[in-house]
Design a protein around this ligand. Sequence first.
Ligand code: GLN
Length: 289
Amino acid sequence: MTPAEGQTVAAAIRAATELLGARTDTARLDAELLMAHVLGVTRSDLFLRRMRDPAPAAFADLVARRAANEPVAHIVGHTDFWGLTFEVSDAVLVPRADSETLIEAAVQAFAGRAPQRILDLGTGSGCLLLAALSEWPAAEGIGVDRSAEALAVATRNARRLDLQAELIRADWTVPGWSAGLGRFDLVLANPPYVEDGAELDPDVRDHEPAGALFAGPEGLDAYRVLVPQLPDLLAPSGIALVEIGYRQAEAVGAIATAAGLAWTLHRDLGERPRALELKFSLGKPDASA
Ligand code: GLN
């Protein structure tokens, strides 16, 4: 798409919205974010000041990339989560609004008491850990990931957001990986949970890291490794919040029950099951166990 000679920003956004409409249900928003990026302004500045300006030629290239299914977050290099801006790359899962369900649930659970130690398993961009630390800046926050590239992104995000976090390269599927880490008041995780071979949007399938998405034939492999470790990672009154696929609540709940944990379900803004809150059934680990 080449902007017509003399096309305004407003007209170029309209044309791009039409073009992208065939592929995404966020066409208008996508077009606006790409235009704001090209112009180097915020979206509100775009609306307030720039709509009648001539459209920049570079806009067309970005729209073409989006039309070829590249996520907007990858094209512009960042996205917002919990009101904070996160750098992203193809080494990390793009933060999704659905995952804010975990932070909301944590804020509810810790009303009136702040978690002192927070652990994020598979931190990726760092969005869950850093969003939590933005709520409780005095907490000690540890994020682990097996991908060095992901940790580099998370480290830059922590620095840019001016939040103190310890980011560690570790693979939580390796037995003994957490020796010496201690216990945590809040454990967060958005593990891979997509069934192998599931059909995903090309945006996701072709651009996001498979290692952050796929987890065995039922998408449950990561929970089977992660959830049984929680009794060793949780403080006596600690809680874990794990993201789940919307059809996985019962299956992940059963894994939690078998690990001696009680669970409650949290839904996302679309009312779909999105997170389980896990804690010791009696509020305390069984000392004899
Ligand atoms: N919700 C993601 C998606 O399907 C999956 C995230 C995950 O596997 N942790 O787009």
